[in-house]
Design a protein around this ligand. Sequence first.
Ligand SMILES: [Mg+2]
Length: 421
Amino acid sequence: MKLTEVVITPIAMKDPPLRNIQGVHQPYALRSILQVHTDEGLTGLGETYGDLAILTALRGVGPRLAGLDPFDLNGLERIIRETLGSAAGLATHGLVGEASDEKTLATVLSAFEVACWDLQGKALGRPVVELLGGKVRDRVPYSGYLFFKPATHTPDPGYPADAWGEAMDAEGIVAQARRMVGSHGFKSLKLKGGVLPPQDEADVILALRDAFPDHPLRLDPNAGWTVASSVAVGKKLEGVLEYLEDPTAGIEGMAEVARQVSMPLATNMCVTAFSHLPPAVRVDAVQVVLSDHHFWGGLRRSRELAAICRTWGIGLSMHSNSHLGISLAAMTHLAGATPELTYDCDTHYPYLVEDVVQAGVLEFIDGAVAVPDGPGLGVELDLDSLGRLAEQYEKCGFDTRDDITPMLAVQPGWDPVTPRW
Ligand SMILES: [Mg+2]
């Protein structure tokens, strides 16, 4: 089997005004959808970031893959490495750590690698989870992801406001959590922090603890705090948090916090590439790494990360950006075959109101998604939806994720400086 043609479609999906340390989500989140065709009539699906820099890199690689066997993942990496050459690191939003050549390669590789896994599974009539060694769990648990948010975007994007309403204080977040748990059954909760002053966010966590006494809780201010603030919150939430995620910036800063608080520290910011692991292990900076196949280089490399975490006694969780069903399927197959993953995965999926995959496969029941059992990723493209979201991309006026500009519309003079507190 040989690859013949790669079709890369940028899409825009409606996204609620979710807040974070940098600002607020734009009214549309951008993704790139890959259709990788073969000479046997099969099509493999991939999904990754939609920022222009990524899209350009994907489009540079696509035509070079003609003739590649989709089972030849080492060959895929070789072609991508040669194509990207010494290109500078892709611009990336600051919530997933700094850009680097290593991450550029890993990000581009991942998008095509997942499509190749999908093709391998379709060719063999087997789900990807079986190609990764088989299921260690039938259903993958996800955490309910809570966000501070206003009710509407500013300015009005011209489509109806999302159903979640405003949540800018403890009462709003607890209501959001009740709705999240009520509709999807999540068994753990994560709050995106970095929006209110740290002690106020700690109080929101305590309110969640009162409302949900048995749910593991996480807080992630995206490195918005100083070491001193991180330690203060860490001490206040001792025995309350399952883990504290990226309270402060950098391996050294995290190590200093880790020495003074009792709960594990997690990261998807200071350890985001293999080269970050040795210095982080040396100073015991993080006790949990959030994997993310989109920027760790795909499913195979994510399993290498899992093995390293196992070796060094580091916990493994999973990170999420705004994503569609192709990514959720890939995350679920990967998690379904990864025994080291002992924390519920993150997902933005409950906020999604439109998808490019056909409905009916990916469903949250009791907070978990059943590993799809169809061939490959087990999801099929809805071509009408893909066309509609591609049109939305052309019309929306965005080509790169930017949380700062829309925040300036809400709050003139907004300064996204970190640490803020
Ligand atoms: Mg994070």
